[in-house]
Design a protein around this ligand. Structure first.
Ligand SMILES: Nc1ncnc2c1ncn2[C@@H]1O[C@H](COP(=O)(O)OP(=O)(O)O)[C@@H](O)[C@H]1O
Ligand SMILES: [Mg+2]
Length: 323
């Protein structure tokens, strides 16, 4: 029965009861009213109000439960919905709320993807300019230094060697930064090779032993591959920056209907305050959310950190699966 009618019927029942009590009980109301009559009427009124309250309570309780479920909803855990059951009006409200969440989540995913595309495009542009402009300038400087080498007096040779070394390390820095900004290997050689290159470069720079187990040919879309790569990149950077680890395991594999990336270190573990606002970890979570994947962080103080990205195979959120 619609809520409107249920309230009406409940009220009507209470009033009918009061009416019946007045008609059949031996009560008289004189004018002006006597104290005894007033007492009887007041008790009657109280009784009717109480009855009304008791009858209406179960009618509205499902709304409180629904409101509680809405309040508990966590926007960072997309896909969670309030149960659609019980009274027709409550169910309709729950349904409408769920539909609103659907629209908001899909809008949020779409604008997030858009933002990521812009970000990656911009990174590519900066990488290209770094490589083409600054890289060329530094190469030119190095050539000039080479040209000078034959002509300068011996007492300046050491300084010239220093200059050459500075230009050379500058060129290398530019290449490295450009590579980090734009994972060319990902486009050219595929995810596994790009991850392998990332692991090798990381191992050399951070002086940490990297064990890698990367399964070939996994069913991932281009967007998913990029997220896997960026999560691995951020996780390894964090290991180098914060973990004081001696070993890292980088693993990419297919586990039934889920593709999993895990980065596990044996370092000092996350401090408990580190999680909520941190930029890098937040970025990993956001990227995971945008492709409908899950990011888990398991860590115990002193016993290392594990970052696990799980991408479901039949992923309804996946925008396009390329192969
Ligand atoms: N592998 C790790 N081992 C130990 N601590 C870590 C690790 N990864 C992250 N952290 C901690 O979590 C914090 C947040 O990381 P992140 O969001 O990447 O921010 P940032 O690297 O810019 O500090 C770090 O400052 C660090 O304290
Ligand atoms: Mg970081």
């Amino acid at each position: 029965m619609p809520l409107y009618w249920r309230v009406f019927v409940t009220n009507a029942a209470a009033m009918l009861l009061a009416f019946a009590a007045l008609v059949f009980a031996p009560v008289t109301v004189s004018a002006p009213i006597g104290f005894g009559e007033l007492t009887v009427l007041a008790i009657g009124l109280l009784g009717v109000l109480l009855l009304n309250l008791l009858l209406l309570r179960p009618v509205f309780r499902p709304f409180d439960e629904l409101a509680e479920a809405m309040r508990r909803h966590d926007p960072l855990a997309p896909g969670e919905r309030v149960p659609v059951d019980g009274e027709r009006d409550v169910a309709a409200l729950a349904q409408a709320f769920n539909e609103m969440l659907d629209r908001m989540e899909s809008e949020r995913r779409e604008s997030g993807r858009q933002a990521l595309r812009v970000l990656e495009g911009e990174r590519s542009r900066i990488a290209r300019e770094l490589h083409d402009e600054l890289g060329q300038t530094l190469t030119g400087a190095m050539l000039q230094v080479e040209g000078l080498a034959a002509r300068i007096p011996d007492n300046l040779r050491d300084e010239l060697d220093e200059l050459r070394e500075t230009a050379r390390s500058g060129t290398e820095d530019v290449r490295r930064i450009a590579r980090q900004l734009r994972p060319e290997a990902l486009e050219d050689l595929g995810l596994q090779s790009a991850l392998a290159a990332l692991a090798t470069a990381f191992g050399e720079q951070a002086q940490v032993r990297v064990e890698r187990r990367l399964e070939p040919s996994l069913p991932l879309s281009k967007d998913e591959e990029l997220v896997v790569y960026r999560v691995a990149q951020e996780a390894l950077t964090n290991v180098a920056r914060h973990a004081q680890a001696t070993r890292v395991a980088l693993r990419l594999h297919q586990n039934r209907a889920v593709t999993e990336l895990t980065v596990r270190d044996d370092g000092r573990g996350l401090s408990s305050g580190a999680l909520p606002s941190a930029h890098g970890i937040r970025g990993m979570r956001e990227r995971a959310m945008l492709i409908g994947a899950q990011l888990q962080i398991n860590s115990k103080p002193g016993r290392g950190t594990e970052i696990k990205l799980s991408i479901p195979l039949n992923n309804p959120e996946a925008p396009c699966r390329s192969h």
